[in-house]
Write a protein that binds this ligand. Sequence first.
Ligand code: IPM
Ligand code: MG
Length: 353
Amino acid sequence: MKIAVMAGDGIGPEIMAEALKVLEVLRRDGLNIETEPALVGGAAFDAHGHPLPAATLALAQSADAVLFGAVGGPKYDTLLREHRPEKAILGLRKECDFFANLRPANVFPELADASTLKPEVVAGLDIMIIRELTGDIYFGEPRSISGAKGERVGINTMHYTEAQIRRILHVGFRTARQRSKKLCSIDKMNVLEAMQLWRDIAIEIAPEYPDVALTHMLVDNAAMQLIRNPKQFDVMVAGNMFGDILSDEASMLTGSIGMLPSASLDASGKGLYEPIHGSAPDIAGKGIANPLAQILSAAMMLRYTFNLAEPASRIEVAVRKTLAQGLRTGDIAQPKELKVSTAQMGDAVVSNM
Ligand code: IPM
Ligand code: MG
């Protein structure tokens, strides 16, 4: 298993170090894991003048999977758009055709109090958000800011082809089939043509999955329902933009965005695995970031790309045990609880394995 390791910026390197400790345990126990690091994001821009250097992209393409940290930071915000760290992750998704983003949001029983919502609203929550990653307003043309100062116009375009919609909806239906057979398709068909097409295709495909109950929800309502009664959902499928927003919202149901891993898969199951959170520049370098989303991303990688369910659950069980033992980084600690460092959290997961 050749894994490209791209830690990136901010807290990326700190949390990646902990995920690598976990993989090292599995390697010592006999898994044939080989890791190769590469610079990406702001770190790559600083070293090579580009957030996604050709060598980094080539490594992503030749590796069996990519374990990704986070990119971005205030010092890069004034760069030209094509040099910004975010371009790296968007470029990797597009170039490697990692179109299917799986973002599970589970509430660990130990953390039901960590959510800002009432524990009874979130306890036992287990939803899967499936987000399309290669189309939509993220990549649509035309896009520009033009015109003279005072009269400037900003343009972005929501753009989806039938093929793009179709393949992500199929991922949604297949995922629902493996879970509770309920799929909620998110759109904004009351206003947007691109989303009317999304709705039409969802209805067209549904008969191929007679065992899956398909429902549709407008994205604004979905945002509201997610905090009103999140347990009504099981699998949600959405376009790139709406999925981006809803998955951040869903993460907070679990108590902390620092807990959520994700998988971004191509049609063959190869994937990029990353926490759904960003580079958190405000806490970078302090050794206090929560490494669990990164560690759980490594578990997802074993499960989805390498079909290694057993080592994946070994990691997940160790994470649960660590939480049950009361270890908390700042983001998931209650006001009076003792806080552990990034490395202490990672070491505890390792010893629980
Ligand atoms: C995410 C992030 C990215 C996105 C950014 C960093 C480009 O918010 O993975 O959710 O918008 O997709
Ligand atoms: Mg996001």
